[in-house]
Design a protein around this ligand. Structure first.
Ligand code: IMP
Length: 446
């Protein structure tokens, strides 16, 4: 049985807590795209673990798999595994032999491209995490990438690096007029990365991902597919070009693991929704609370209550009303069977409450975001007001169940269910693991 968990908005929806919750009944937690751009903190027995690549389930004694759709930085992988071991854990991590490898030249090129765009002052930089994600996926699609399996064959690794590294050097030096450094030293790269290959081999970490997962499923194991980032950052379905270079949407769980769409489609697909919208950095946000003092005061109140500050940078996130066109788009693109709504407590006791129900664009009303980011920036929200709910004893509500939520909060959730034609499975009413109302257990549906 499988449960796929995806972000419906722009990341930071609180997916980690849900992966934790559903991972409890899982045997295997699989990431199917992205790499060490997905920072998350896991708290286990009072100890905090900051991970960006190892799936959080591995901290809890599950098998964590990095699927073939991932891009793997072995330095990060082994740093994280070693840190977990120093703390007394023995994480079981498997890596797909078809996954692609991030090299130091990918990170360098990621930084150079962002700086070049910033210097041009055209506002076209993406604000990437600088981890080399985009350049590694470019090499994958360009058929010049190095896969995990190549690390296990030092001669083949050497041949591939000898072909690709001079190209990277030429881009750094001839296109950008910069000096290439140790990231372009073929010999050094070959020996460092062949050593990672030996370690992967010694620790029996590499798998043929599709076969491995099919065997685990056939043995009756439960599998969680964990989508990193969010639907609006998907390279196909997001606000291009302000996207990551992979497919966080549920379709990614099939191509990124080697299991067919029927396997994912036979399972549950749960979309994580924050009860309002937040956004890091530039880009359109039609429901943003800004422009006048009242709106900005509301944004400040929600931001402070919801802790809407970047985990790494501390940068305040932009805040807006829930954007329902985004959610309609995410529901369709992911084929959601249910949603998990987080941060409902953050909106309690506000003087006013609204959602962006639809958009006005060029005199027409539209129900989903337009295909281009330029048109999206011209959308005006069609706002629908809701009665705010009072602050209550959320711990009591979490333990007593959905029916004890304030009526106005249930109205808000019912509206979402009817607009998205899907069910609310869980409701987050506080930051702790216990502060969640579970209404539908997806494993029980299967
Ligand atoms: P990249 O994935 O580093 O190439 O970054 C591309 C875009 O995706 C940037 O806007 C990043 O801020 C965003 N992004 C990447 N990973 C995450 C994440 O885990 N959460 C939220 N945004 C992310």
């Amino acid at each position: 049985m499988t449960v796929t968990i995806v972000g419906t908005q722009l990341g930071d929806e609180g997916k980690g807590a849900l992966v934790d919750r559903y991972g409890g009944a899982a045997d295997v937690v699989v990431r199917y795209q992205g790499g060490d751009n997905a920072g998350h903190t896991v708290v286990e027995d009072g100890t905090e673990y900051a991970l960006s690549l190892v799936p959080s389930g591995a901290v809890r004694g599950k098998t964590g798999v990095l699927g073939n759709g991932c891009v793997v930085n072995p330095r990060t992988l082994f740093d994280e595994i070693d840190t977990l071991r120093e703390r007394g854990l023995e994480p079981d991590v498997r890596v797909a032999r078809r996954a692609h490898v991030i090299f130091p030249y990918h990170r360098r090129l990621d930084g150079i491209e962002e700086e070049t765009k910033a210097d041009a002052d055209t506002g076209t930089e993406i604000g990437t995490t600088g981890r080399g994600i985009g350049p590694t996926y470019q090499d994958k699609a360009g058929r010049r990438g190095v896969r995990v399996a190549d690390l296990l064959a030092p001669d083949r690794l050497g041949e591939k690096l000898s072909y690709v590294v001079p190209q990277k050097r030429a881009v750094i030096e001839d296109v950008h007029g910069l000096e290439a450094g140790e990231e372009c030293d073929v010999g050094a790269l070959q020996s460092e990365y062949a050593a990672y290959g030996r370690r992967l081999c010694e620790e029996e970490m590499t798998v043929d991902c599709g076969n491995y997962l099919a065997d685990r499923l056939a043995a009756g194991d439960n599998v969680v597919f964990e989508g990193a980032q969010g639907t609006l950052i998907d390279v196909d379905h997001g606000n291009y070009p302000y996207v990551t270079s992979s497919n966080p949407t549920a379709g990614g769980a099939t191509v990124g693991t080697g299991l067919g769409p029927t396997v994912v489609g036979d399972g549950e697909v749960v979309g994580v929704v924050k009860a309002y919208l937040s956004r890091v950095g530039a880009g359109p946000m039609p429901t943003e609370l800004d422009g006048d003092a009242d709106a900005e005061a509301l944004a400040t109140e929600i931001r402070e209550r919801g802790g809407e500050f970047g985990t790494v940078t501390g940068r305040p996130r932009r805040v807006g009303w829930l954007d329902v066109p985004i959610l309609r788009h995410a529901t369709r693109a992911n084929g959601l069977t249910g949603i998990a709504v987080n941060h409902l407590d953050v909106l309690a006791g506000l003087d006013e409450l609204a959602v962006g129900h639809a958009y006005e664009l060029d005199g027409e009303t539209t129900q989903t975001p337009p295909a281009t980011t330029e048109a999206w920036a011209r959308c005006e929200p069609v706002v629908r007001s809701f009665e705010p709910w009072p602050a209550v004893d959320w711990d009591a509500v979490a333990s007593e169940g959905y029916e004890t939520l304030p009526e106005a909060a249930r109205d808000y959730l019912s509206y979402l269910e009817s607009e998205l034609d899907t069910e609310v499975y869980t409701v987050g009413v506080g930051p702790d693991r216990e502060q969640t109302i579970e209404r539908v257990d997806p494993w029980a549906r299967l």
